[in-house]
Design a protein around this ligand. Structure first.
Ligand SMILES: [Zn+2]
Length: 155
């Protein structure tokens, strides 16, 4: 919770314009969650896992921003872990486009904070709250539309 102390959080209402679905993950050690510099690097064990790190563009009422969204917030949007989403996307190569269609236009109250790393160029999304009462995490909608070859026959 150290990021809460900065007092630089800025709360805005925004809608999602697009998500860069071509590069959404980074790898960490599955024991200590340290970022692994490359896929063959061994930390505590040979096992690693993916966490979300997503660039997206959002529109507020005055500007368009590119922001970065880390695992905790991304899980709210996606409704699953980065590894779960990775495996789903591998089975459904075009799900990235569907993902954009699903999330595009969704309205959120987000808190933006300055990056902790001075070299980072994008504001990070510290929290996100969907404002639509019908909001569903993306994976639920994706699973419904890809889960059956006859989605309309679902009762
Ligand atoms: Zn480790």
């Amino acid at each position: 919770m150290e990021e809460e102390g900065e007092g630089s959080g800025k709360r805005v209402i925004c809608s999602i314009l697009a998500i860069d679905h071509t590069d959404m993950y980074y790898r960490v050690c599955s024991v200590c969650e340290r970022t692994l510099p490359n896929p063959t690097f061994l930390c505590h064990s040979s096992s690693s896992k993916r966490l979300f790190r997503i660039l997206m563009s959002v529109a507020t009422d005055t500007e368009v921003l590119t922001v970065i969204c880390f695992d905790r917030v991304a899980r709210l949007l996606f409704g699953c872990s980065a590894d779960d989403y990775f495996h789903f996307a591998k089975l459904h190569p075009f799900s990235g486009d569907s993902l954009n269609q699903i999330l595009q236009g969704e309205i959120f109250a987000i808190t933006l904070s300055k990056p902790m790393n001075a070299n980072a160029q994008h504001l990070r999304v510290a929290s996100a709250l969907p404002l639509s009462s019908s909001f569903q995490p993306a994976i639920q909608i994706l699973r419904q539309s890809y889960g059956s070859s006859h989605p309309l026959t679902k009762h």
